[in-house]
Ligand binder design. Structure first.
Ligand code: CA
Length: 221
């Protein structure tokens, strides 16, 4: 159960304090203090949550966050020194999961980490009443056939495999068209639109596929 948390912070006092609190809460913690190291490290180690400082030597948190979002849906908590900054960051639609302002209470940070972890492992497809029969590309919701195309089935299956996790259009395209066929972003949007329509026809009150503005899509039962 030892979730691996990455702290990216160039003030050793702060990162040490956070590490102590997170370790006490049962997490495994790694610390990086230079912006240039972050993206390759995340690719290799796949942490479960990233605490990402905005101002870093080497490379700033904005660029790092954008880069990570291109290949991973790992929850990112952006840490900033100024509360006024948060509005601007929200406007940039970086795909961060939460924003924390310095000075922070380490207890509060631990609590927020737990929240994003919980969100990332939300209710499963089965709990949402969804059954996926891979052999026949057949999906039923509350016992009713959704009548999906193969592409719609694959999209739903992929999203439902990780409830709460946000996937970018690029990630979904790579998954659906692994042979790198050239398709535009809108292709995914159009498949998702049809998929949601079919879900709505069976269960009008349940929105299983959520769009995350500026980022992509996620499954949430
Ligand atoms: Ca800093």
């Amino acid at each position: 159960m030892n979730d691996h948390i990455l702290i990216v912070e160039d003030e050793p006092k702060l990162s040490g304090l956070l590490r102590d609190y997170l370790q006490q809460a049962g997490f495994v913690v790694s610390i990086l203090d230079n912006g240039l190291e972050v993206v390759p490290w995340v690719r290799e180690h796949e942490p479960r949550v990233i605490l990402l400082d905005l101002m870093l030597p080497g490379r700033d948190g904005l660029d790092i966050c954008k880069d990570i979002r291109a290949f991973s849906a790992v929850p990112i908590l952006m840490v900033t020194a100024r509360v006024e900054e948060i509005d601007r960051l929200l406007g940039l639609e970086l795909g961060a999961d939460d924003y924390i302002c310095k000075p922070f209470s380490p207890r509060e940070v631990v609590a927020r980490v737990k929240v994003v972890l919980r969100r990332a492992s939300g209710p499963s497809a089965q709990e949402a009443g969804l059954l996926l029969d891979e052999g026949r590309y057949k999906a039923t919701l509350h016992g009713q056939d959704l009548d999906l195309t193969a592409v719609e089935f694959k999209l739903l299956q992929f999203l439902a495999a990780h409830p709460g996790r946000i996937y970018s259009r690029t990630q979904l395209m790579d998954r659906i068209y692994p042979d790198q066929r050239t398709v535009g972003d809108r292709t995914i949007d159009s498949h998702i639109k049809k998929l949601r329509k079919k879900i709505a026809a069976v269960a009008p009150d349940e929105e299983l596929i959520h769009s995350v503005y500026g980022v992509g899509y996620k499954f949430e039962g």
